[in-house]
Design a protein around this ligand. Structure first.
Ligand code: NAD
Length: 359
């Protein structure tokens, strides 16, 4: 049976970058025999305009049916004054919640050809390829009790609660071990077990389930040290697994090691490996419609989808190698342009990747 893919272009540069990923999909179909049943849907501002809601029932139902979702980006100034519940970003949050996408995978990959784009020394980051697996639906961002209240002594007090059940830790841990198995078989679990009991439990559970993955080398690191190591020697990491808040902070730091927002893909997975794949950047209203957007983060999201949801890692390798060749040839969209390179637009970049896919 064919896998089902739902494509949600979204807003701003979303449709432009998705169009380039679709060219890659077409080539994988004609030249490499990839068979998919593809549907298109509306999300974000585009869905609000057409159906009055950023996540219409029709899209939600297609999303439930799909094995994987490829999303462009959502949002734009036009919708910023709407009620919060109707804003484009709610389409994205609604999908994550409805599909229980609890594992957020954020790779930080720096192609050697782009080493100058980083603020760190080229020798520290060139060839960087690490993956952060962040727990996305629990932890301190969701724990109860929470809020701001007035105490008996008249002082205001703010409260948030860090809570993780064994089951929540186990499922994100297993996603991370599985991800490590698809890479270099090394997993570093990041916690603050010396101070926070909740993450003491985190360490115990990750260590216990580690017994089921003898082929993955497990290590533990406190989050303060991890932050330091990420900027000191980021290439020591293969896969990092951590809590919602630690992952939020560390994944942004890791993304910035690469210095190029137009190059970074992401995935959000459920416990069965179904996932939503999207570039980490937004809808870039400042360049939308100008043919300047970098489509590579979206094409790399497609590669992640083939690796993590569709079990076609060899096609993911082919896409990543093709992007490497295009960069070797000196082609750059304006966001990654440097002296001595050739600046091209969104479509030309997509065409060049498709041409490089073929051996
Ligand atoms: P942004 O990521 O859209 O843009 C930040 C900067 O990076 C801009 O200068 C933009 O031109 C540039 N940029 C982003 N993607 C690029 C690409 N592929 N190629 C070249 N340059 C690129 O962030 P923002 O400006 O803070 O947000 C714009 C809108 O996007 C807002 O409505 C925000 O809510 C939304 N947003 C959506 C998502 C998402 O869909 N996942 C994520 C973040 C922000």
């Amino acid at each position: 049976m064919k896998n089902k893919l739902l494509i949600l272009p979204g807003d701003g540069i979303g449709p432009e970058i998705i169009a380039e990923a679709e060219k890659v999909l077409d080539c994988l179909h004609t030249d490499f025999g990839l068979e998919l049943e593809v549907e298109q849907g509306l999300v974000g501002g585009a869905a609000y305009e057409a159906e009055g809601h950023p996540l219409p029932e029709s899209t939600l139902s297609l999303a439930h049916d799909a094995d994987a979702i490829l999303l462009g980006s959502v949002g734009g100034t036009k919708w910023e004054t709407l009620d919060r519940a109707l804003r484009p970003e709610q389409g994205l949050l609604g999908l994550r919640a409805a599909l229980e996408l609890f594992a957020n995978l954020r790779p930080a990959i720096l192609y050697p050809q782009l080493a100058d784009a980083s603020t760190l020394k080229p020798e520290v980051v060139s060839g960087l390829d690490l993956l952060i697996v962040r727990e996305l639906t629990g932890g301190i961002y969701f724990g109860q009790p929470r809020g701001i209240h007035i105490r008996d002594d008249g002082q205001q007090e703010g409260i948030n609660t860090l809570r993780y059940s064994e089951a929540e830790i186990e499922r994100i841990g297993r996603s991370a071990f599985e991800a490590a198995r698809k890479r270099d078989h090394r997993l570093c679990s990041v916690d603050k077990a010396n101070v926070l009991e909740c993450t003491e439990l985190w360490r115990q559970v990750i260590t216990r389930i580690g017994g089921d993955y003898p082929d993955v080398q497990l290590s533990h690191m406190y989050v303060d040290n991890a932050a330091m190591q990420l900027v000191r020697a980021p290439k020591q990491f293969d896969v990092i697994v951590t809590t919602n808040m630690f992952g939020d902070i560390l994944s942004d730091a890791a993304a910035m090691l690469t210095g190029s927002i137009g190059m970074l893909p992401s995935a959000s997975l459920d416990s069965l490996g179904k996932g939503m794949y999207e570039p980490i950047h937004g809808s870039a209203p400042d360049i939308a419609g100008q043919g300047k957007a970098n489509p590579l983060a979206t094409i790399l999201s497609l590669a992640m989808m083939l690796r993590f949801s569709l079990n076609r890692p060899e096609l993911a390798d082919i896409i990543e190698a093709a992007i490497g060749r295009v960069l070797d040839d000196g082609l750059r969209t304006p966001d990654i342009a440097a002296s001595g390179t050739q600046t091209v637009g969104t479509r030309d970049m997509g065409d060049a990747v498709v041409a490089a896919l073929r051996p």
